[in-house]
Design a protein around this ligand. Sequence first.
Ligand code: HEM
Length: 212
Amino acid sequence: MSSMREFENKIASDTVYRVVELQEFLELSAEEIEAIHNVSHRLTPKLQDVVDRMYDLFTQQDATLRHFARPQAGYDGPIPERLEEITPDHPYMKQRKVATLRFLVGLVSRPFNTSAIQHLDWIGKLHNSQAGSRDFKLPAVQFEAGMGFISASLISAVKTLNLPRSQESLVLSGLQKMCWILNDVLLNRLADPPVADVRPNDHRRNLRVESD
Ligand code: HEM
């Protein structure tokens, strides 16, 4: 068995490995994912409202609003220069909402596989100048607030579907686990660079491989 230090390094630097470990630990099952996919056609019409409310919250405070006065990937329109210009209807914000909606629809309807995990990782990088805009570093608390909002909103949306209890319970537990995993992947990219990479080389040279 490889040492604990090697395990931690791999967890910190290999996102797919990290997610597979988390998925196993949380027991996110194929049954739960299938249950989510089975109701996604009823869930997706409710996601626009989730996104609208989330961006209304983002526009209420300068601390979050300030992030929308910079270029963003895939957008060639006008960039707001002053915070007062950044209304929920600004083309920039409309583009952000379209992208976030697309992301959430994908989360509840597409396979949770390697390419989905790599996409999550790219999104994490986008929010920490490792992709997209070079001067964008989102404070961790804003990610957590956003993910908490998404998670709570998904629970509320699922409850309005009036699913049979056993089905609802599978959908809810699956979504909660996916939200925790998503939160972890996004937050891990805010560590700059991933935690294990900053350890001095000396420590790694001195690794002792433990065996059981
Ligand atoms: C809470 C969870 C969040 C999720 C799931 C999320 C999702 C996304 C996605 C999917 C993209 C890429 C869109 C694309 O072009 O395809 C993106 C980019 C972006 N997000 Fe977030 N976001 C979150 C939190 C936030 C917060 C809290 C803010 C600011 C208050 C923010 C601001 C931005 C900005 C400015 C971009 C464009 C970055 C660039 O292109 O360089 N996001 N987000």
